[in-house]
Ligand binder design. Structure first.
Ligand code: GLV
Ligand code: MN
Ligand code: MN
Length: 396
């Protein structure tokens, strides 16, 4: 609740987009808590924030946990922040219980998981594992034209903590706690989801260019109206992505119309596509047809499609899934295996180390919404399973 004050919205949610003043305030809050308890803090070149509790063998790679502090523009209190704070709670509980682990445990707040301000999302974890270069994201602009490089500089300079060089610390393993963001656990009446993997996702940008004209004088037959074209393009894409089983996810979440004047025929439209499916064959086949469908349905306007990210489906290793389930069972929490529909930093960590996730229920499964809610008991249960799993990994 304290972290949710940073970027708090009137409707009880959070607007704490990546590398904003609100994100910086939340980072500083976490750093202050960590330092009060004597944990070391570091940040890397993309602003990933690490809180470290040393192990007894300094030569060993750390077990990592965490999630993200950035939010959607109308986000909730728990998406991301929960995983960071559950990790910090584990470190504090280990101190209180005077438990020493062989390996260090590090809590990470990954930069820009949401990708709502600067695209693509999961940027910090992608750069950490080498799936993306820092240089490839520095010139990305937010919708207001702010360049990521500048927002990142401001963020890094706002916290004078030691800088960790890229690649200097590798994770032994990674476990992320997160609210489920879907209704399955609540419907099943279970406190813990043992996450088996994450569905794949693609993000694309579509730009449609027509010609500006006077709304009162330009005959409709002569217009090249970019918004009218975009409406027909989106209808064609809805058709392309129709799925009777309702597994394929297709979302146009941002649509910008230029110049955005009531009495000028729109000359340009920019919109985003978010496409997801658990099977890579489907994700590839449908996604690859998008450019042709866009061009065919753009009427007399020009259209370009640019792919921003393509993240293959992730399958977590059976050994990690088993370990999370065993921790939950040991503590007496009933659980079920389940895949994740949402993306998480864990999908990138899984490329470099054994990785797993722990889900807890959230109210009606609602997320990416200011009303997102979870009870203290549900969140504490997830943190206990996280603690048990982290300690067992950190003794390896
Ligand atoms: C992150 O919230 C995502 O799944 O897009
Ligand atoms: Mn999240
Ligand atoms: Mn999210």
């Amino acid at each position: 609740m304290d972290v949710a004050r940073h970027g708090a919205t009137a409707n009880g949610g959070v607007n704490r987009q990546a590398l904003s003043a609100e994100d910086i305030a939340a980072r500083r809050h976490v750093i202050a808590w960590a330092q009060q308890r004597g944990f070391q803090t570091f940040q890397d070149e993309i602003g990933n924030l690490f809180v470290r509790r040393d192990g007894t063998d300094p030569s060993l790679a750390p077990v990592m946990t965490g999630s993200h502090l950035d939010s959607q523009p109308t986000g909730g209190k728990f998406d991301g922040a929960y995983g960071v704070l559950a990790g910090l709670e584990v470190l504090e509980a280990l101190n209180d219980a005077k438990i020493h682990t062989r390996r260090p445990i590090e809590v990470v707040a990954w930069t820009n998981e949401e990708g709502s301000r600067f695209s693509p999302g999961a940027m910090g974890s992608a750069i950490f594992v080498g799936a993306r270069d820092l240089a490839s994201v520095l010139d990305v602009r937010d919708p207001k034209g702010v360049v990521l490089r500048d927002a990142l500089d401001t963020t890094l300079n706002s916290s004078p903590i030691p800088r960790r060089a890229h690649g200097s610390v590798r994770a032994h393993s990674y476990i992320e706690a997160h609210i489920e963001q879907g209704p399955i656990l609540e419907e099943a009446g279970l406190p813990i989801g043992v996450v088996t993997g994450i569905q794949g996702s693609r993000r694309l940008n579509v730009d449609i260019t027509g010609e500006e004209a006077h709304a009162g004088t330009a005959p409709r037959r002569a217009r090249r109206d970019a918004l009218s074209a975009a409406v027909s393009v989106i209808a064609a894409l809805e058709n392309l992505t129709r799925d009777d089983d309702d597994v394929l996810r297709f979302t146009v979440g941002r649509c910008e119309v230029f110049p955005g004047s009531p009495n000028t025929v729109p000359g340009r439209v920019h919109f985003t596509i978010d496409l997801r499916h658990p099977a890579d064959t489907t994700l590839r086949a449908i996604g690859d047809r998008i450019p042709a469908v866009v061009k065919q349905s753009a009427k007399n306007c020009a259209a370009t499609v640019t792919e921003v990210s393509y993240v293959n489906p992730t399958t977590f290793q059976a050994a990690v899934i088993d370990r999370v389930r065993a921790s939950s069972d040991r503590l007496g929490f009933r659980n079920m295996d389940m895949p994740s529909g949402a993306g998480h930093d864990a999908m990138y960590l899984a490329r470099v180390c054994p990785t797993g996730m722990i889900f807890v229920p959230c109210l009606r499964g609602v997320s990416h919404n200011e009303i997102e809610s979870a009870t203290p008991e549900e969140l504490a249960t997830g943190a206990r399973v996280l603690a048990d799993t982290l300690v067992s990994l950190a003794q390896e």
